[in-house]
Design a protein around this ligand. Structure first.
Ligand code: FE
Length: 244
């Protein structure tokens, strides 16, 4: 397996160190907030002149390789290139900002194809079971821009038996799959969202993050960072991948 993992705490410390090397007064003030700094890691690593192989080798910057996780049984290849993948299906709006960086250099990877798929608010995948009539809802592809960012408009996924709430993702670079993973949500937020319709039609989800067999294999490093924006949630993550 080509994956290696940095413990979150270690990565956070490296992020703090990397940030401090930029040594502006504002940065020094900000260093009092490690969470804030950690959130900035992807941004700084992607945007700074100090990034690059030399900076990585010297330990000045470090990126976390996002864990590889199973694609599961519901992948369909060749989906549509589109930002809004909902096809009008109901749910709490979710805007995704998925950034792809090279885990070796911390630099953004532009023109990568980010391919996502997930269950709808009722826990149904298009192409399977009661969703078999359509092979496209809650599936789509976006290209990363110059800063490595791919954006999607979807809804908060529902749950299905035996799995915690998740979004599947593949990253393709130059026609090769360089990453297959899953993205996760804090259970406390999911509990809050699931009190609303249409999620509330299906109470008693079976599985939470702590009891999910896939989440157990690195899921803590694939958590979306979420914030509320009006009626919607915005979920963001930086995915560190190897180009080959
Ligand atoms: Fe799934």
């Amino acid at each position: 397996m080509r994956a290696y993992f940095l413990a979150s705490a270690q990565a956070g410390a490296l992020a703090s160190r990397a940030w401090r090397t930029s040594s502006s007064r504002a940065a020094a003030r900000s260093s009092a907030f490690p969470g804030f700094l950690f959130g900035l890691l992807g941004w700084r690593a992607a945007g700074s002149d100090g990034a690059g192989p030399a900076a990585v080798a010297s330990g000045a910057v470090s990126c976390v390789l996002t864990p590889e996780q199973t694609e599961g049984p519901y992948y369909i290849a060749g989906e549509k290139l589109r930002r809004d993948i909902t096809e009008g299906r109901p749910g709490v709006p979710l805007l995704l900002r998925l950034r792809v960086v090279d885990a070796s250099t911390c630099r953004p990877i532009p023109h990568a194809a980010v391919d996502i798929w997930h269950a709808d608010a009722l826990g149904v995948y298009s192409g399977f079971g009661s969703g078999a009539r359509s092979r496209t809802f809650m599936r789509g592809i976006q290209r990363t821009n110059a800063t490595g960012l791919a954006r999607f408009r979807t809804v908060y996924p529902g749950w299905y038996r035996g799995r915690t709430v998740h979004i599947h993702v593949k990253v393709h670079v130059a026609g090769n799959v360089v990453h297959t993973g899953q993205l996760y949500f804090p259970d406390s937020l999911t509990d809050r969202v699931f009190r609303r319709k249409p999620y509330s039609r299906r109470p008693h989800r079976t599985t939470r993050n702590a009891s999910d067999f896939v989440f157990a294999q690195g899921g803590r490093r694939s958590m979306l960072k979420l914030r509320k924006a009006g009626e919607a949630y915005v979920g963001r993550i930086t995915m560190g991948v190897h180009r080959s």
